[in-house]
Write a protein that binds this ligand. Structure first.
Ligand SMILES: NC(=O)C1=CN([C@@H]2O[C@H](COP(=O)(O)OP(=O)(O)OC[C@H]3O[C@@H](n4cnc5c(N)ncnc54)[C@H](OP(=O)(O)O)[C@@H]3O)[C@@H](O)[C@H]2O)C=CC1
Ligand SMILES: O=C(OP(=O)(O)O)[C@H](O)COP(=O)(O)O
Length: 355
């Protein structure tokens, strides 16, 4: 069993902890909190051992009647790998703590690429990550882009990808985030960091990204245009993407017009926390005109990096192949959303070069 600790039990950390606990070859040794709040209670109710992330605050847990199993150094001594899910920037500060305990570590996309030996995405560079002591799972948007561009690059070659990202303003629990009444370029400069970040896990693909933030909390939306080297049919691209286990092609007949219904569908399907681990691509948006491919996809920022973290743990600690790890992760979590509502050929109205 791979013994895993999660340092930082927030939006990403609580999901990674649940995903680790669900794996047949992993044991969740414990999670950390800096304070004994509602999330600490939830962790304990799930049966997870709780550790104080900051040793000086251990007494606060006792005062609040929340039992802890120890402090972060105790956790690091008991695990084979730690997954750092602390807020952006704190991960980089934690790096020396992990090194002092000789504990391999996985960081998140809020950290710079230099925080770890390599950046990671299971679809693009699992094998290349072997031998590293530390990995960084790229951010939610970057993960979504890597999953989408990798099969296109392999099948047709990518001459140039251009993506506009409409980023959610904050997560549902982040009451202080915004904007609340505007759509703002963020960053205002082009390209945004996402394109270069894609190249940390998928080198050689020419991709420019421009990003905005919108007053929504549910998901990010990507408007994608890729100029391919070989011109496929629209149908071929739809089939290619539908074959990817971490891409869900939304059939037109489902009547899902945005993130609200996507999240509702996830909850109807019994997904924990309404999580969508897969990129969600609108099937009827996939259109090829000459060598230009267009599509819209949504990415659930709280969820898509979660299976990637599980695979990163195996890349660091096992000899399993990428395919074996991805299959194991998918099976344990139930990744691979499919709809029974298949669109018929007549329902499609592709743009063609003759239009
Ligand atoms: N949310 C998102 O959409 C995504 C986030 N990421 C990345 O994942 C990382 C985590 O983000 P996210 O989960 O959203 O952040 P959150 O703020 O939701 O969670 C981080 C948690 O870490 C705890 N924490 C604070 N200080 C420390 C510390 N010194 N040591 C350990 N834990 C600490 C806080 O809980 P408490 O103080 O109560 O213990 C906090 O809830 C970031 O790098 C982010 O960029 C990546 C993809 C998507
Ligand atoms: O990693 C994320 O976004 P990103 O891919 O746009 O960098 C997460 O959605 C966190 O973004 P935030 O920095 O807006 O909280």
């Amino acid at each position: 069993m791979i013994r895993v600790g999660v340092n930082g039990y927030g939006t990403i950390g609580k999901r990674v902890a649940d995903a680790v606990a669900a794996q047949p070859d992993m044991e969740l040794v414990g999670v950390t909190k800096t304070k004994p709040n509602y999330e600490a209670e939830a962790a304990i109710r799930r049966g997870y051992d709780l550790y104080a992330a900051i040793a000086e605050r251990a007494g606060e847990f006792e005062t609040a009647g929340v039992g802890i199993a120890g402090t972060l150094p105790d956790l690091l001594e008991s695990v084979d790998v730690v997954v750092d899910c602390a807020p952006s920037g704190i991960g980089a500060q934690n790096r020396s703590v992990y090194a002092a305990h000789d504990t391999p570590a996985i960081f998140q996309g809020g950290e710079g690429a230099d925080v770890a030996d390599a950046s990671f995405n299971a679809r693009t560079n699992f094998e290349a990550s072997r031998g590293a002591d530390t990995l960084r799972v790229v951010s939610c948007n970057t993960t979504g882009l890597a999953r989408l561009l990798a099969p296109l690059e392999a099948a047709y070659g990518i001459e140039k990808a251009r993506v506009t990202l409409v980023r959610r303003g904050g997560d549902p629990s982040e009451t202080g985030r915004g904007p609340i009444n505007d759509v703002v370029p963020d960053p205002t400069t082009v390209p945004s960091h996402h394109g270069p970040d894609v190249n940390t896990v998928l080198s050689g693909v020419d991709v420019d990204t421009a990003a905005l933030k919108a007053p929504v909390t549910t998901m990010h939306t990507h408007s994608v245009n890729v100029t391919l080297r070989e011109p496929p049919t629209t149908e071929a691209v739809r089939d290619l993407l539908a074959d990817e286990s971490r891409i869900f092609t939304i059939p037109e007949a489902a009547g899902i017009d945005g993130a609200g219904k996507l999240k509702e569908y996830a909850m109807d399907r019994g997904r924990p926390r309404g999580d969508l681990w897969e990129n969600c691509v609108w099937e009827e948006s996939i259109n090829v005109s000459g060598r230009d491919l267009y599509l819209f996809e949504n990415v659930h920022q709280e969820a898509d990096v979660v299976p990637e973290n599980v695979d990163a743990i195996r890349a660091l600690t096992t000899d399993l192949s990428a395919a074996e790890s991805v299959e194991r992760t998918n099976e344990a979590l139930g990744v691979g959303l499919e709809s029974l509502l298949l669109s018929g050929g007549d329902a499609r109205d592709p743009i063609t070069a003759d239009d």
